[in-house]
Each structure stands twice: as structure tokens, then as C-alpha cells.
Design a protein around this ligand. Sequence first.
Ligand code: CUA
Length: 156
Amino acid sequence: MGVHAYERFWMFLSGLMLAAFLAAVGFSVFGMGIDVPGAAGTAPALASAAQAGPFAQPGVREVAPGQYEVIVSARAWQYQPNEIRVPAGSRVTFIVTSQDVIHGFWIQGTTVNTMVMPGEVTQVAYTFDKPGRYTFLCHEYCGTGHHVMNGAVIVQ
Ligand code: CUA
């Protein structure tokens, strides 16, 4: 079977592009530490239950030197806690759920960007190397107060 030179060229180019895209994905995962927010289990849906378990006490706690865990409970139209303070260089794992409807959790200037769903617990981590104020906000339309739903991670 003869393959035309042009066809061979395009086949080669397609293979090259696949390899380049795979390399880009590989680099983002292993080189830059970007990962997809994972489902960390299910939380009982709706207000009363989403306030149970770890979500009974939202807030920041140090789990190991330089490592923090933040339990975040979202509801229309606020986050609890809405101010998170950690020292620079901290690895922070956010464990997030919603008490009512679908919200978003996007921390500006970081790779943290996830949906927050009632009945689901989302876990996502980030290392805050640079001190500063990182605003987080809701990016899933959730009602009339959607635009005021925000908070901040303050890295000291
Ligand atoms: Cu919560 Cu939009």
C-alpha cells in the first residue's frame, strides 16, 4: 500500500501534535503541580447535614508543620470562613461543600478553581509561596447575592 508523501507528512504532524499535547499535560501535572479537584466523598445534602461532621466547625487548622487544612462551608451568599490566614510557604488543602445550591470557589492568582456542590465534598490543594491577599469568589451564579459572595486568603 502506497502512502502519498503529503499524507505521510500530515500523519507525522498529527503524531507530533499528540506528543506535544501529552507532554504539555504531563508538564502541567508533574512540573507545575496542577491537579484536578477531586471528589473527596459525599456530604449529607442540605443545610443541617452540611453543618455536620467536619463542617460543624469550618475554619483553618494546622495538620503538620507548614501544612494546613481549611474546612469551607458555602451557602447563599457567603463562605465560612471568609477570611483565611496562613503563613507564606504553606501547603493548604481546602475541603469544601455547599449547604444549599451550587456555588463556585475560585481563588484568584492560584490554580484553585472548583465547583461547590451540595451533597459533595471537594478537595483541592495549593501552596502559597508569595505573601499577599488572594481574593476568592463564587463563579457559579447562585442567586441575587452571587456578586457579593467572596472572601480572602491572607498569606503572611
Ligand atoms: Cu455562590 Cu454564586
